[in-house]
Every structure is written in C-alpha cells, then in structure tokens.
Design a protein around this ligand. Sequence first.
Ligand SMILES: [Cu+2]
Length: 380
Amino acid sequence: MNDSEQAQAPRPRPRRSPYALLVALVLVEVLLGGGSLAAAAVGSQLQQPEQPEGCTKPNRTLQLHAVELPRDPATNQIRLGYGFRPDAASYPGPTIEMSRGECLAITLHNHVPAATLAQLRTDPEHPLGVSLHVHGVKYTQLSDGTVHSQSFVPPGESRTYTWFAKKRDNRTGSQGTAGYWWYHDHVVGGPHGTQGLGAGLFGGVVVRRPGDPKPDRTYVTAFGDRQTINLRRGDATDTCDQQNPQPGPTCLVARQGEKVEFIVIGIGNDMHTFHLHGHSWADTRTGLIDNNGVMADSIPIIDNKTLGPGDSFGFQVTAGDSVGPGHWMLHCHMQFHSDAGMSTTVHVLDETGAMMPGHEPGDQPGGQPAPDGGGGHQHN
Ligand SMILES: [Cu+2]
C-alpha cells in the first residue's frame, strides 16, 4: 500500500492498546480485592532504600539550617545561607567534613520564608522549598535533594538526608569517595536550584582517609558568575580587619607555617582559572603526594587550575612556605575576570600573628557593584 492509497483507505478501527488492557486488568484486580499489581507499583516508590549500600545505620547526625540573610549590599540581591545553627548561616555554608566509611544523617531545617522563596521562583507552578544535594559521596534518591524525587524541604519543615563516604573497593571497582566535593540547593526557583545557588546555598565537602593530614584551617572559594568569588567581588571579597583579622568567608588569613586547606568550587555558567600566588600544590585527589613522600615526576605540581561549573577540587599548602608572610593574591586568571574584581587576598601573618604592612582595605581591583540583579550571565 503506497501513501496515497493509505490516505484514501478507510481508517481501521482503533485497536485497544496494551496499556488500556493493563489498566483494565489492574482495575479488575483491585476491584476483586487482590490489588497486588497496583500495590507493587506504589510500593516500589515507597520502598526505596534510605541508606546507600554499605551503610546500615548512620553513625553521626548533623543539623543544618537554611536561612535568609541580609541582602547583598552592593546589588540588593536576596541572600540565603546554610549554617550549623540558624544564627551562624553564611555563604559559602559550613564545610562538611567526613571520615571515609562514615554514614552521616544530616537534617536540613528550612527557615527561609515562603514569600522569599516565591520571589525567587521562576515558574508559579514550581513548589516552594530548599534542598541539600551533594556531589561525590553516596546517597539514595531519597537524599537526592530534587523536586522530582520529592526530596526537598517545604518552608518551616525538616528532612533528613543520608550521605555515605564509601571506601574504595578494588574487588567491585567502586572508586570510593575520598577528596573534595560540594553540596548545594537543587530546588529554589526551579528544578536545578539555579536561584538557590545564586543566592548562596552552597558549601564544601571533604572526605578524609585515615592518615590524611588535617589542616589547621579550611577556606572555600566558589568561583561564580559576574566575576565573583563567594558571590562577591573586589573589596567585598576581603573584609579582614588589619589589626585583628578573624577568619571567615571574606577574610582568608593564616599564620606562617599553618596548614591551610582550600576547597575550590565552580558555580554558575562561566569557566574560570583558580590561581594562588606564592604557593603550589600537587594535582592529585588531596593536593598532596602520598607515595611515602617520594616525589613522582608524573604528578604535576601546579599553582593554577581550570574550573568549570560544577567542578570542585581541593588542596593543602603550608602558609608562606619558602616565601614568608605577606599578602598573597588569590584570583581568577581569566584576565577580564580578575580585572573586573574576581580577586581576593590570602593574608599570611608572621609567627606572632601580626599582619604585614602594605595592604589597605580597598586594594582589590574592580569591586563595582555587579549591575545585573537577576542572576543572569554577563561579561563586562
Ligand atoms: Cu573567572
């Protein structure tokens, strides 16, 4: 039969589809009191495992709070943060440290007002809530932190997420989870949490193996859109008090000789290159060479690393190693990004804790308020 014949032929009677037949069968089954097929279909959704394979029961619990913070003074954008306490929320949120083999139950409490979440919503049909989505460690779909899996937290409610820092298993080929990762919202504003991320709901994760060196302090630097480090740029990236510097998201400070750990995260839409002055590290899982200290030429030693959206890496350096105290720049090495203010300073204090002269607030380049208030993507 060719096309024209088909067009003129009487249309065959529609056949009952196999789906319709299935539905009818289920209906009959349910009406007769069996209902086993329907129950199985519902049950498969309800009976998802809460813990990933290898974790029978969480061996640690943590409380995490999502709150609204004061708006960004430069752009008036909404700011949200995670914190171990509601009054200690920040962006980036607190670094979540895990030991290899550990199974962690994190209860997320959503204190962000519904009205704020509604303002960030891009589609009026999208549900209001926040979530916790993690990279690198193991979790089941119930801890995915997404809308489609219903694993988010409506305003005023709480939900527990289970993360497992699985150990490497050479027998099965499971690669393990040690290293540097990150967590973030995946729900605010839309199904990818773009507005939640842009408002500040992200933080670093590190999984340590037995024997991994512990740092004296850890800093997270998230490189994002509009030439921002931790959603700030220029002077706003560095608010260190020169006389009494207090470590925090906008004051990267360490004493000479301290082990300082950096967790570097790419958020948003742009590519970046992370560069730290005066310090270098091995391009490995931890930034260290663990081959009994034997230097292997096959492992690159770097001081600059390309970072795409969603990427994370980390490393430890000895502050001021071979170079002494000072004001060491940390910046994106895409030149127009650093010129626009994507730059901050790591202050290495001397052994007495004093800051070297030669750095005044306002020394950062750029620092003009980012003109785009809507989380868009632009170069300027
Ligand atoms: Cu950049």
